[in-house]
Design a protein around this ligand. Structure first.
Ligand SMILES: Cc1cc2nc3c(=O)[nH]c(=O)nc-3n(C[C@H](O)[C@H](O)[C@H](O)COP(=O)(O)OP(=O)(O)OC[C@H]3O[C@@H](n4cnc5c(N)ncnc54)[C@H](O)[C@@H]3O)c2cc1C
Ligand code: FES
Ligand code: FES
Length: 1358
């Protein structure tokens, strides 16, 4: 087919590619071949939004541009022919001026590490551009968009952020909406408290849709008008048939053995990863029949290539305003369900046909298949010269569609017409769809989905409702494809609904919806099916309390479901509704203490900030990929490629045999020991590095790594140790040095003797958590002259990495230089775990004498990361009848994995946070177990999170045993200053510094805890299927300061360069350091000292420029870096002071620049460095905070929604309250992930199987508290602290246990009810609730058969 060359625009710049590999994705091209690096790669599977770009298409006939967001990691480059791409730097940047989006993201403090920010900005930009096109909306007032608040929040619903906790992002987005209440917008740098509404509006960076950048350049429009729209297939292997006939002959002609793929949006590759390309790609998008959208009285016909977004639009089209007909209502419901499929930027390219073909051919757990099945949809298929229309149900049941068949279109019937033709007009049509997924707004596959349609009529003679006809479809529950539950339908048809009938129907559902072997949570999924059917029909069961006269006339949809039964049940919005921040600002050390914008926030938003993988590749650069073991503790006989010749582009495969003479096989090192870079003959765990493959591109390296065959000797040497129990049996432990061994408190026997009650040997198990930094591990290693090497890496501990590289290569440390500018999220995962990644690159670069880089793909990163420490805890506790605990005895087994990493600190950390209560006497035995699992490493709040949880689990257990309010048990066991001092061995500080009691009381007031507790009780009384819980928890968190270097240099123009040991991870370290430098240099008191802030630049960490940088970890690096800088500035001020004095006397007043100019002339040394070593009185200190969370649990699905969280956290005197607020919110939300969502699962051999965004669900914007209130307490002067400040990075994560406890409280209520219904054998209040408390966990505790129990119970009452 003669076509054109591939031409497109990126940020209005023309690109012309005479040839390209058709499997190239847009992100690959943008990142490797353009300067537009704002487009980030994070998951590569459509699940995170980091790679989102705006794609614009021009229709020359209508002269119209269509703009929509897409994920560039799944979009194939050939499919953007004659399109225009706009990235974040394309609509604003530091040179041409930032866009209001960038400025508002900065000003609302909505960017921390910044890695997610450009993608967020593009998603919002796309929403703004499209809102302006809505002609039916009234014009927005100046400065605002037509976008509504809800649309603004939903615009970023598919974008993940691991740092901020989303609240600030939601505010930045909402600030554009015409319907926003300015009072609802949170803390920002634009206005002050008390400003008028107009002053607030005026202070926002202006947004003017009229002057928006052009998304489609004129030159491309002209080319489109003159060129054919399809590519030259010979050159590109990309075919664009323009008619059905062409498509037919292309498909039929393909008998040459060429591999061929029909392609539309290509989003299917997000799920079904493709390891090889195809000879032919047949782009279906130019065949007109495949893109029809036709609505007629019989229904909606849509071509197979129509995107889900367009199907939704078409379905909604006729239902604007008043609801009119049954058919339209069915359409509206389908559209509403489709709105939850994937995310907006995927739905924009994902086709309805692609979805159904994936479901049919590969058993994809589709939503579309299920919901269309329930409405008797049909599909039109073309196989060879034959085309046939068949029922969707038959299509799904058929053998997988052969590659030459094409799905042409789908027809969704209009039920107005169908029902008229069947039962007649006196029936009522009911239709509802359901999905239970970890994220309510989508971007998560459901555990099960369902759609039910029924025609019912009121039997005036009897007392019930008759089912005339029903269609019940279920899918995605671990079935090959969606099914119609025919037996249940047959059973219900013709029946009058009653509790007994519904009970029988539900029993049939349970027998029908049975997940296949190997499906996770099978019983849960079956119970969902029962719950949904109950939810659908229960308003109609024959019960006097359920249905009043005339009810039927008003009900078409039972979604107002169970409202009859639920007073005070307001509809909860999916995304956050409002938030309040209380910050006490202090001007004592100005500009320290000011909530200034994070340094570099705007360039992070525009995407100009340079991360390691954004550094352009040097000439000759190679790319690496790890080959890891999939088995623990086996011998490796060999590593070879599955294919011959070896895959394209491979240069070398390095293993432990390639360590140079004089070097060591070392991959990381801590004070507790080392971990090898590669396994030698014997692997230590699944996921261990075996080799490092090097190829010409990252794509080739990653693909080739998949074609490696590792030959394992399966003869077992010895059974691997895969559990802590096995480690105990075989006495496999790491030693804990005495200085880290926590001390027992009091006499446990005496404590136990004082007790009125005892709980003995209760057990808790805690799993792991993955860091999920948005930027995975990455390094660039460049060999230099004279056996030297320069390494650019994303690391929290360059100093350690530096020395490991030297050791591994067998070269002096002076030959190594490690540079880290910024890190796209760390959370502990880029400390020890970053070292082997950089070392492997350095080894390859050293050996091959070529630059080598790696950007570890998400799957490998997740498999190798190790994550948080899993542990098993057995406790015995003694307590008085009033709830006062007298003794706690613990046996803790910590799974540390194959190498010590930092694990020996864990006992200290676990106990540190656990001691937040006065246990009377505390005794413990903690074992750090050496197992054949990946070595675990520090993750935000390492050990402390678990310790804090254990404490709460004990408190809950005591309260349940005594049938007391948990809050009372917490209250009575809070420390006095005296007991605090005893438990924390004199680190408690002065009594006044112990702010927890006042925080505890203040929070009760500010969160209206007592009133809300009563309201929760009231709610629970009048609601059967939703229960609420509220919980208040305290935290005490011990931190330690470490020695840290700092260096300050004043340049000849007066600008200042600062270097610190600490690394900027997104936590705002640079910003605080900048403020400190300005404050400390300001003490020289020049006339313009107030302007110093703008003159200070904090620069990248360079391990040869500033040594002894240490670890950036433990929440204290910002303050110690600040202190080191302060000391350096003091030296400079001392040097400058005499000169200043002289000049002042001569000139009367003096400006900073003049002073520095003169100092240069006088050859003053204007560079000073210092090494801050905290003295013993200031090394350790305690942090305090408390949180109240209220949740609502859906008893039918196990979903927990967080209605409100209130936090008060003591930052001492915050160095920057905006930064600390971001840390508190972000940490709390990461904690929600740990406690409620994130399952980091391994198989029976210890290999991580939660290895992507499909299976690992971090919180998203729709899972955070709907109301999220944070107060930063300014607790005044703390003499031993750095300018009175305290840490904020990790401790607030622990507060998220309040959500877990609140969910537990709600579940207790549900179990009480279940007990009453006769559905519970055990106790209502005595149960262990797993972490994370995912939907299946919660539902199981609420009763997997609760609806049956209820129905039996009400049937029995009659
Ligand atoms: C992150 C993510 C989340 C998702 N979440 C959900 C979800 O919650 N629920 C849900 O239902 N779906 C979900 N999906 C699936 C999504 O809906 C499908 O990937 C999409 O609809 C496929 O359309 P496409 O145009 O991209 O197909 P492509 O990827 O282009 O094609 C998919 C497959 O179908 C074949 N094909 C495409 N069209 C035809 C045709 N007309 N005839 C014959 N063969 C054809 C292709 O050859 C290919 O094998 C998700 C996808 C992603 C990436
Ligand atoms: S990188 Fe494309 S969605 Fe995650
Ligand atoms: S700021 Fe969002 S991931 Fe770091």
């Amino acid at each position: 087919m003669a076509g054109t060359s591939l031409v497109f625009a990126v940020n209005r710049q023309r690109f012309h590619l005479p040839t390209v590999d058709p499997s190239t994705t847009l992100v690959e091209f943008l990142r490797s071949h353009t300067r537009f690096k704002s487009v980030k790669l994070s998951c590569g599977e459509g699940g995170c939004g980091a790679c989102v770009v705006l794609l614009s298409k021009y229709d020359p006939v209508l002269d119209r541009v269509e703009d929509f967001a897409v994920s560039s990691c799944l979009t194939l480059l050939c499919s953007v022919n004659l399109c225009s791409i706009t990235t974040s730097e394309g609509f604003g940047n530091s040179k041409d001026g930032f866009h209001a989006i960038h400025q508002r993201f900065s000003g609302f403090h909505a960017s921390q590490c910044g890695f997610c920010t450009p993608g967020m900005c593009v998603s919002l930009f796309s929403a703004l551009v499209n809102a302006e096109k809505k002609a039916d909306r009234v014009e927005a007032p100046p400065g605002f968009s037509k976008l509504t608040v809800s649309e603004a929040e939903k615009a970023v619903a598919g974008n993940l952020c691991r740092c901020t906790g989303y609240r600030s992002i939601a505010d930045a987005c909402k600030s554009f909406s015409a319907d926003v209440d300015m009072e609802d917008l949170g803390f920002n740098s634009f206005w002050r408290k008390g400003d008028s509404k107009q002053a607030k509006i005026d202070s926002l960076p202006p947004y003017n849709p009229e002057s928006e950048v052009c998304t489609f350049p004129e030159f491309l429009k002209n080319e489109i008008r003159s060129l054919p729209s399809f590519l030259d297939s010979k050159r590109y292997g990309w075919y664009s048939p323009a008619t059905i006939e062409e498509l037919k002959s292309l498909v039929e002609a393909n008998d040459s053995g060429d591999s061929m793929k029909l392609v539309v949006g290509n989003t299917g590759t997000g799920y079904y990863k493709e390891l090889t390309g195809y000879d032919k790609y047949i782009d279906l998008r130019y065949v007109p029949e495949l893109s029809i959208i036709r609505m007629d009285p019989t229904g909606l016909d849509v071509g197979a290539i129509v995107t889900i977004t367009k199907v939704i639009e078409a379905l909604k089209k006729k239902t604007k305003g008043e609801l009119i007909s049954r058919g339209e209502l069915v359409f509206e419901r389908i559209a509403r369900h489709m709105d939850k499929i994937a995310s907006g930027f995927l739905r924009n390219t994902a086709s309805i046909g692609g979805n159904l073909v994936m479901a049919q051919r590969k058993n994809f757990p589709s939503d579309i298949a299920t919901i269309l099945l329930a409405v008797d949809s049909t599909v039109n298929i073309m196989s060879g010269s034959r085309s046939e229309i068949i029922m969707l149900e038959d299509f799904l049941k058929r053998a997988p569609l052969d590659p030459k068949s094409v799905l042409l279109s789908v027809k969704i019937p209009n039920w107005e017409a169908v029902t008229k033709a069947s039962a007649g007009s006196n029936t009522t049509l009911l239709f509802e769809t359901y999905r239970a997924a970890p994220r309510p707004l989508g971007n998560a596959l459901p555990y099960l989905n369902a759609a039910f349609l029924a025609e019912v009529s009121s039997c005036k003679t009897s007392t019930g409702f008759m089912v005339h006809h029903c269609c019940l479809a279920f899918g995605a529950y671990g079935t090959k494809h969606a099914i119609r539950a025919r037996k249940v339908e047959d059973f219900l048809n013709g029946k009058t609904l009653s509790a007994g009938v519904l009970y029988e129907a539900i029993k049939l559902v349970r027998a029908t919806v049975v997940p296949e072997e190997g499906t996770t949570s099978p019983a849960y999924r079956s119970s969902l099916a029962c719950g949904f059917l109950f939810e659908f029909f229960s308003p109609f069961i024959n019960s006097d309390t359920e249905i009043a006269d005339g009810f039927l006339e008003n009900i078409l949809f039972p979604t107002s479901k169970m409202n009859k039964n639920q007073c005070c049940n307001d509809e909860i919005p999916y995304v956050s509704s409002s938030a309040k921040q209380v910050l006490n600002l202090s001007a004592d050390y100005d500009p320290v203490g000011k909530p200034i914008i994070k340094s570099g926030a705007a360039i992070q938003a525009s995407g100009e900030a340079v991360y390691v993988d954004d550094i352009p590749s040097p000439t000759n650069c190679l790319h690496g990929a790890f080959i890891y073991s999939t088995k623990p503790f086996v011998r490796v006989k060999g590593i070879k490629f599955k294919t011959k010749p070896q895959p394209d582009g491979v240069s070398a495969v390095l293993s432990f045999k390639d360590i140079p003479n004089g070097g060591e096989n070392v991959g990381s090192k801590t004070i507790f020991g080392t971990e090898p870079l590669f396994a030698d003959d014997l692997t230590q765990c699944a996921g261990q590095r075996l080799a490092f493959l090097v190829a010409d591109t990252q794509k080739n390296a990653d693909l080739a790594a998949n074609f490696v065959d590792v030959d394992y000797e399966m003869e077992t040497i010895e059974q691997p140790i895969l559990s802590v129990e096995e480690a105990v049996k075989r006495s496999s432990f790491y030693e804990v040095p005495p200085f880290l061994s926590p001390k027992q408190v009091g006499d446990i026997s005496k404590g136990m003797a004082l007790a009125d009650h005892k709980i003995t040997s209760a057990e808790i198990k805690l799993g792991s958590q993955y860091y999920f930094y948005m930027e995975t591990q990455t390094t660039l290693a460049v060999p230099d002259e004279d056996n030297c090497i320069v390494v650019y890496t994303s690391s929290q501990c360059p100093q350690f990495l530096h020395s490991v590289i030297a050791k591994c290569l067998g070269i002096p440390e002076s030959n190594v230089r490690v540079i880290t500018r910024r890190v796209g999220g760390g959370f502990g995962g880029k400390a020890v775990k970053s070292i082997p990644v950089a070392t492997a690159c350095a080894l390859a670069a050293h050996k091959l004498h070529r630059p080598v880089r790696i950007y570890v793909n998400r799957k490998t990163d997740m498999i190798m990361a190790g994550g948080r420490h899993p542990m098993k805890i057995i406790y015995s506790v003694g307590f008085k009848s009033d709830g006062k605990i007298t003794a706690l005895q613990l046996d803790i087994l910590i799974d540390a994995g194959m190498a010590p990493d930092i694990s020996p600190i864990m006992p200290h950390n676990v106990l540190g946070a656990l001691k937040k209560y006065d246990w009377g006497a505390l005794s413990f035995d903690v074992k750090v177990c050496k197992t054949n699992n990946p070595s675990r490493s520090a993750m935000r709040g390492p050990g402390e999170v678990q310790g804090s949880f254990i404490a709460e689990a004990v408190i809950e257990h005591v309260a349940s045993t005594l049938s007391m309010e948990v809050d009372c048990v917490r209250n009575i066991n809070l420390h006095t200053h005296c007991s605090l001092d005893l438990f924390y061995e004199n680190h408690a500080g002065e009594p006044l510094e112990y702010t927890l009691p006042s925080i505890w009381d203040k929070l009760a007031m500010s969160s209206s805890f007592n009133q809300r507790t009563e309201m929760v009780k009231e709610f629970n009384k009048c609601n059967k299927w939703r229960k609420r819980g509220i919980s208040r928890v305290p935290i005490v968190y011990e931190v330690s300061l470490r020695p840290t270097p700092g260096k300050v240099s004043i340049l000849s123009d007066g600008s200042v360069v600062v270097e610190v040991g600490g690394i900027e991870l997104g936590q705002g370290l640079w910003t605080k350091v900048k403020q400190m430098a300005a404050f400390a240099l300001g003490s020289i008191q020049c006339d313009d000292s107030g302007d110093l802030l703008d003159k200070v630049r904090v620069v990248q960490s360079d391990t040869v420029s500033l040594i002894q940088g240490g670890f950036t970890a433990g929440s204290t690096t910002s303050e110690s870096s600040c202190q080191a800088v302060r000391l350096s500035c003091d030296i400079l001020v001392e040097r400058l002071a005499p000169l200043k004095q002289i000049l002042q006397e001569q000139m009367g007043s003096i400006k900073w620049e003049t002073l520095i100019e003169k100092a240069y002339l006088q050859a003053l040394n204007l560079s000073a460095s210092s090494f801050y070593v905290p003295d013993f009185t200031s090394v350790q200190y305690l942090n305090y905070g408390a949180a109240v969370s209220e949740v609502e649990v859906d008893l039918l699905t196990g979903e927990t929604r967080i209605l409100q969280s209130d936090i008060i956290y003591d930052c001492g005197q915050s160095l920057n309250p905006a930064v600390d607020l971001g840390q508190i919110e972000g940490a709390f939300v990461q904690g929600i992930g740990f406690f409620m969502l994130e399952e980091y699962m391994e198989n029976s051999e210890g290999l991580v199987i939660s290895n992507g965004t499909w299976t690992y669900k971090i919180p998203s914007i729709d899972t955070i508290p709907k109301q999220f209130n944070v107060e930063i307490l300014n607790s005044g002067q703390h003499s031993n602290r750095v300018l009175s400040s305290k840490a904020s990075g990790e401790p607030p994560l622990l507060l998220a246990v309040s959500v877990h406890c609140a969910a537990r409280a709600a579940i207790k209520e549900s179990r009480k009810q279940l007990l009453q219904w006769g559905g519970l054998n055990g106790s209502a209040s005595m149960f262990q609730m797993a972490v994370p408390a995912t939907m299946p966990v919660v539902k199981e505790l609420c009763g997997l058969e609760s609806v049956e129990c209820y129905l039996e119970w009400i049937a029995g009452r009659k």
